[in-house]
Write a protein that binds this ligand. Sequence first.
Ligand code: KET
Length: 412
Amino acid sequence: MFEHIPVYPGDPILSLFQDFQRDPEARKVNLSIGLYYDEAGKVPVLPSVRVAASRLAAQETAHTYLPMEGSAGYCQALQQLIFGADSAALRERRIATLQTVGGSGAIRLAAELLKRYFPDSAIWVSDPSWDNHRVLFSAAGLEVHTYPYYDPLTNGIRFDEMIATLSGLAAGSIVLLQPCCHNPTGIDPSREQWLAITELCAKRGLIPFLDMAYQGFGDELADDAWPIRAMTDAGLSLFVSNSFSKNFSLYGERCGGLSVVCPNQNEAARVFGQAQANVRRMYSSPPLYGSQLISTVLNDAALARQWQADVAVMRERIKRMRAALKTRLDALVPGTSFDYLVTQRGMFSYTGLSPNEVGALRERRSVYLLRSGRACMAGLNDANIDCVADSIGEVLKARINRYQPVRRFSDA
Ligand code: KET
């Protein structure tokens, strides 16, 4: 009966993570999926979240249904965190926000709305982008294209080409951007560049879609949300998806949000209503527990401060690991620049390692990176960093010995 169903080849990120979990090697290192591990190699329960969990346990609240749009306390706190407590758009009640099933659920929900109400609009994502962007948008029937983004030679953005491509798009085209800690490259536009993108979107009537999964991992929380605030303050209408998976270390609780910034309160109510209807026909309502944890933390001034400190600990540890890996590789492979490790921001570094080299790291040392060469810096710690540096050094020296040009690391 089911022979006509094609075999699923697996997901490039989730399937690799499963392979890692099955690997019996004791010294294995996971630099594949975007998971933050602490210095002890554990996915932490944040101190702020631990307090919230014990408060919730003491209260013993019923496991009732949330409404379609999720918890009101969660959505309000989310809005302030992203748009700022003093946001004019928030005061004017023109931001429609729903709690979603992770950041992925926010993107899929938005994609459904976009396909239904902007049926002729295609979406443009950076080259490269998170693999699942394409999957989520095309599953809703949207055409997905790419705009130039990463430049391996300079480890920067091909900004002029990016702007040229976006300038040529039809009005109503959707442009997916990541406000901070770009996945997979770790390279973000400067503030000046963000202002140019904002102006272009306004002038050409493009629909910005900002996907933020790493708020607080690049810089302070407000700084990482700055591009969203700048676009909102400039009067644009835009979509914002966000994930709390990483910055609350609540991956499996599936906590995210979709916010649509609208021209006025009336339109925000329409968007909100149709988003509710969409939720009802897809999964009815979002899960409860994670939203209770997050709203307990964010709606208590002392716990919220603790959480900001928790995020700062994660951010600073990642930065320390980036610098430590650079120091080791500088010594192991002299003449090659590893500056990219410290200039890229957030969880990921785009190493420029080839799929073959990534395969060699996995086979010889059980060090797991994505095939694209993306490495999650938050998987490094003082106990595994020498092994990771040695193994990367080994494949790079083998490459140099084969007289192959060193892609991305050339001092040209
Ligand atoms: N947006 C981006 C840019 C992103 O990197 C992720 C997750 C998400 C959205 C989804 O968030 P969630 O709340 O988990 O639904 N990225 C990591 C995990 C994954 O691939 O699912 C990753 O790239 O490793």
